[in-house]
Design a protein around this ligand. Structure first.
Ligand SMILES: C[S@@+](CC[C@H](N)C(=O)[O-])C[C@H]1O[C@@H](n2cnc3c(N)ncnc32)[C@H](O)[C@@H]1O
Length: 214
């Protein structure tokens, strides 16, 4: 189920800057050739991620969940000239496709792809991040939040995708999947954290924007 009515989405897309050529082709190839293409952030959310990145001008970004690289390209667009985006994914099958599009976007020198489990890789990253995008397995979010917290600078941001989980979080608990329950649990955890402030954006499948106060 899409949370946002199709007509509202179409209107929003009409008045949002169009996808550039590389993102457009990446979007198309993903829908033609890759399993589960709905996982790709897409035009509206991609443009929002790019805007946020341009506003923050981050030096270090961590993305958890690369898929075919769409959101990585959007987020990397706002990096400082010496900026780097680390992107992690458990699946190696799409690595070459991502690399090709990172190259075409002229961002290959700014994006470091790592293959493996997020829980295994994050503790090994010796960086302080300005921005983290969590968009991998839903039941891992709470753990990823804990793992990245110490690596996030005070005043830094975490964006967590799919927190509405197709609207299932609004259902009676007996009608919620394990992933929807995990999203609800994650939102409750963040809400209870005195060191964070947050806003839940009802774009696409719900994007929770979290700021580390201290
Ligand atoms: C929703 S997709 C990411 C979409 C991408 N951020 C975008 O907007 O185009 C989720 C990705 O998380 C990856 N993933 C799932 N479990 C993971 C894990 N434990 N560690 C790292 N990546 C994982 C999947 O292989 C999948 O590519």
């Amino acid at each position: 189920m899409d949370v946002i009515p199709a007509a509202v989405n179409a209107f929003a897309e009409k008045y949002t800057s169009p996808e550039n050529d590389v993102l457009h082709r990446l979007h198309r190839e993903t829908y033609l050739k890759v399993e589960q293409p709905h996982m790709l952030s897409g035009h509206l959310q991609g443009q929002l991620l790019s805007m946020i990145s341009h506003m923050l001008r981050p030096r270090r970004i961590l993305e958890i969940g690369t898929y075919t690289g769409y959101s990585a390209i959007c987020l990397a667009q706002g990096l400082t000239t010496d900026g780097l985006l680390y992107t992690l994914d458990i699946n190696e099958e799409r690595e070459e496709m991502c690399k090709r599009y990172f190259r075409e976007a002229g961002l290959e020198h700014k994006i470091r792809q790592q293959i493996g489990t997020a829980a295994g890789i994050i503790p090994q990253l010796n960086e302080t991040f300005d921005l983290v995008f969590i968009d991998a397995d839903k039941q891992g979010y709470a753990n990823y939040f804990d793992l990245v917290w110490e690596k996030l600078r005070p005043g830094g941001f975490i964006l967590a995708d799919n927190v509405l989980y197709h609207g299932e979080v609004l259902n009676d608990p007996s009608q919620q999947s394990a992933n929807a329950k995990a999203m609800l649990g994650f939102c409750e955890k963040v809400k209870a954290d005195a060191h964070a402030e947050q806003v839940l954006l009802t774009i696409r499948d719900g994007l929770l924007m979290i700021r580390k106060i201290r």
